[in-house]
Design a binder for this molecule. Structure first.
Ligand code: MEV
Length: 385
């Protein structure tokens, strides 16, 4: 390895072609590798260079469709971007079993995100809290001046609360701004709003405290999707398999080592849909795992029980801050196609569908694991290929 290989000053200032040439030279890419690097697919160099930084290539992954999904009595074709074999087949399989008893039922979801402002270095916490609460309407008004369009469409900052927390660097006051972000993921608007509020608090010397962080919280507890389905006992393989699935679920509830893997399986589907639709996978992942441990113990995001007809009922409860607007969503040609295939009218509808995908994925994984294991499915897939 060359010394100081990665010490490249002003790499960002180079054009895409110059960066490609430099990296190719540094790591000795051959002609064939350079040809792959230079293939940007349906993107122009300029388009990708605008989306991210230090771009030298474009990275393709399979774009697949999961079938059999019925959510709230509407049929959906589910676009999925994943490199993991059998994720799409598993989702389609879980949805096929749910379909026999009517498919998935997802509850309405609100689209409120939380913005946080951190106050430190104060001597009178109660006074700081009192002033912030007294100025609540004013601060909400300031926040809403940041995005008139959102407000005109019925969204915007709606409320705020002030919390005091104990930390290993002393007491802190945390302001929570609640913003209805409608069909967006919300990071841009929420961050703009909390930065603006903080600036006004400082300029007006409203409180004797230092303002530190001003940032959205990715723990989207007001965007929680709750979705359930009845899974037919015959299609599942009978009573014994259902008992085994319940045992597997009890295992996950009692053991974070298993719960992590179960939730990873759920996210296999949700992430694939999030990627296909240009959503922020990292935000959804972070929120999901934090939510899975909100009561202090990390647990599975699903629940199962047997109903009076001896079918298996599954429920998933998971924050899904998905968007149909903003970010890369209307810039990426494939996300536009994904949304057309999905035919969702709102972020809420997309999140309801995503929850169904997560539940289908979990059920299918549990069914395989309690039956023949997942490797034989993988092998069948390989042989078919
Ligand atoms: C593999 O990507 C996902 C599973 O491990 C999920 C699970 O164990 O529930 C099969």
């Amino acid at each position: 390895m060359k010394k100081d290989l990665s010490k490249i000053s002003g790499f960002y200032k180079l054009s895409v072609s110059e960066r490609q040439a430099l990296i190719s030279k540094l790591v000795n890419l051959n002609k064939e590798e350079r040809k792959i690097l230079e293939n940007f697919g349906y993107f122009s160099y300029d388009q990708l260079d605008l989306i991210s930084e230090n771009v030298i290539g474009s990275y393709s992954l399979p774009f697949s469709i999961a079938t059999n999904f019925k959510v709230n009595d509407k049929d959906y074709l589910i676009p999925m971007v994943t490199e993991e074999a059998s994720v799409v087949a598993a989702a389609s399989n879980g949805a096929r079993i749910a379909r026999k008893c009517g498919g998935f039922h997802s509850e309405p979801i609100t689209s409120i995100m939380i913005g946080q402002i951190q106050f430190t270095n104060f001597t009178k916490p109660d006074y700081v809290k009192k002033i912030l609460i007294e100025n609540k309407d004013y601060l909400i008004k300031i926040a809403n001046l940041c995005d008139k369009t959102l407000v005109d469409m019925g969204g915007g900052a709606q409320d705020l609360e002030v919390r005091e927390i104990s930390t290993d660097r002393g007491q802190m006051i945390i302001l929570h701004l609640f913003v209805d972000v409608l069909d967006a993921m919300g990071a841009n608007v929420v961050n703009t709003m909390v930065e603006k509020i903080a600036q006004v608090i400082i300029e007006k010397k409203m409180v004797k405290a230092q303002i530190n962080l001003k940032i959205i919280s990715n723990l989207a507890i007001y965007r929680v999707a709750i979705c359930s389905a009845v899974f037919d006992k015959e299609m599942l393989g009978g009573k014994d398999i259902i008992e085994r699935i319940l045992d597997a679920q009890a295992f996950a509830k009692a053991d974070p080592f298993r719960a992590t893997t179960a939730n990873k399986g759920i996210m296999n589907g949700i992430d694939a849909l999030a990627l296909a639709t240009g959503n922020d996978v990292r935000a959804i992942e972070a929120g999901a795992h934090a939510f899975a441990s909100l009561n202090g113990i990390y647990g599975p995001l699903t629940e199962y029980y047997i109903d009076n007809d001896e079918n298996l009922v599954g429920t998933i409860e998971i924050p899904i801050p998905m968007a149909i607007l903003g970010g890369i969503i209307h810039k990426h040609p494939m996300t536009k196609i994904a949304l057309k295939i999905l035919d969702v009218k709102s972020a809420e509808e997309l999140s309801q569908v995503a929850a169904a995908v997560g539940l289908a994925q979990n059920l299918a994984a549990l069914r395989a694991l309690t039956n023949e294991g997942i490797q034989s499915g993988h092998m069948k897939l390989h042989i078919r290929k």
